[in-house]
Design a protein around this ligand. Structure first.
Ligand code: GMT
Length: 375
């Protein structure tokens, strides 16, 4: 049975936008009709698909409104598209505001429209701690027909924090295996001026405070004293200037490459030997999965969903938040032992295949949709 599915996400760079867009693309490849409804074109939607449509939410700025009413514009666009295109369901990513907007659209279209909401983390781990938003997030969750979260840890945290009456099911994130695999990009290493014998450590994030990029720098400072290496910093965000200053103060400017936002991260991962993700909050850590698929072992913090992605002692290591000496020790042990590195690298690729394959995850979402439609 082919379904007509509306998808709403934050379309800008970010794991949730990536997952929503890749899911839409894979569902379209399986013959479903996909309607993206968002404020701008999701950034990964970079080619024409015959059964993918994009509906832009326009927010008019009338002088009576102090703030442009984006949420209401989104809800009415969802209702308009659902009615006109006879959508079976809306799959929204983030409870706030998307699940609440979807609920409004459902009510506007006669209550038939089904809502699937996927929680990605920031809505719970950040907004969930704001008492003024708690009831609204719970309302969005309870107003959805099915709620999923991207890790067991996020499911538990949502129950603990908000006590919703709905049950929440874990559906892990995935990567497109056709994009993320180890490529031969050794010339890239040369182009960046990295010597063949130098190891490459990589960090990819949006440089928000929760990512603790300063810990990445402090860890790398210790690593480069023992192992000839370079650090690639990929991404941009509010903490970038603090990080730049720390790199300068530690005297390692010649060893740290600030690459800013990059489109083809898989090419950079293919020249990398180790991935660091040292966040204090992370419901999943999609960037870890991308690294693992390219055969890059990781050291990550023992918080949120990270322990569900990194298999400690098998694909990399876990360390407590802020323990930069221990993190550096673990990194050095991986970088200086070729056998251990090879084993972690092969295990990482295997773990992605076993637990996070796109085929398996897309089938789980399809099963959720089908069961809902049958109700
Ligand atoms: O981490 C961010 O700042 C971005 C945020 C997003 O909306 O993409 O990431 C969240 O969703 C990703 C996809 O499910 C997860 O991989 C990230 O762990 C999660 N971030 C947090 O929980 C802080």
């Amino acid at each position: 049975m082919k379904l007509k599915i509306g998808i709403t996400c934050y379309p800008t760079v970010g794991g949730s936008g990536v997952i929503a867009t890749e899911l839409g693309k894979l569902l379209a490849e399986k013959g479903h009709e996909i309607h993206f409804i968002s404020s701008s074109m999701p950034f990964r939607l970079n080619k024409v698909y015959s059964n993918i449509y994009y509906h832009e939410v326009q927010v008019n700025q009338y002088s009576v409104f102090q703030y442009p009413p984006y949420d209401l514009a989104l809800a009415s666009k969802m209702a308009e598209v659902a009615k006109r295109e006879k959508l079976d369901l809306l799959h929204v990513h983030y409870a706030i505001p998307h699940a609440v907007c979807a609920y409004l659209a459902k009510k506007m279209t006669g209550d038939e429209l089904k809502i699937v909401t996927t929680l990605h983390g920031t809505d719970i781990t950040v907004l969930g701690y704001d008492p003024s938003l708690n009831d609204m997030i719970r309302f969005g969750i309870e107003g959805s027909d099915v709620v999923t979260a991207v890790s067991e840890s996020l499911v538990q945290q949502t129950y603990d924090l908000l006590q919703p009456r709905s049950s929440i099911r874990t559906v892990y994130n995935f990567i497109d295996e056709r994009v993320y695999y180890k490529k031969d990009t050794s010339d890239l290493k040369e182009q960046y001026g990295i010597l063949p014998e130098e190891k490459v450590v990589i960090h990819v994030s949006n440089f928000r405070k929760v990512k603790r990029v300063e810990d990445v720098i402090q860890s790398f400072y210790r690593i480069q004293k023992k192992v000839a290496s370079k650090l690639l910093l990929v991404g941009d965000g509010p903490e970038i200037s603090v990080v730049c200053k720390l790199v300068k103060d530690l005297g390692i400017s010649d060893k740290v490459l600030f690459l800013g936002k990059q489109e083809n991260v898989e090419d950079l991962l293919s020249i990398s030997d180790l991935k660091l993700l040292l966040s204090e909050k992370e419901s999943f850590g999609l960037v870890l999965l991308e690294a693992m698929a390219c055969g890059v072992p990781s050291v990550g913090t023992n918080i949120g969903g990270i322990p569900e992605v990194i298999d400690h002692g098998v694909t990399g290591y876990l360390s407590e938040v802020g323990e930069v000496d221990h993190i550096a020790e673990q990194a050095i042990s991986i970088l200086s032992d070729p056998d251990l590195h090879k084993r972690f690298s092969e295990n990482s690729i295997q773990r992605v295949k076993d637990r996070f394959s796109s085929r398996h995850v897309v089938e789980q979402y399809e099963e959720i949709y089908m069961n809902l439609i049958k109700e």
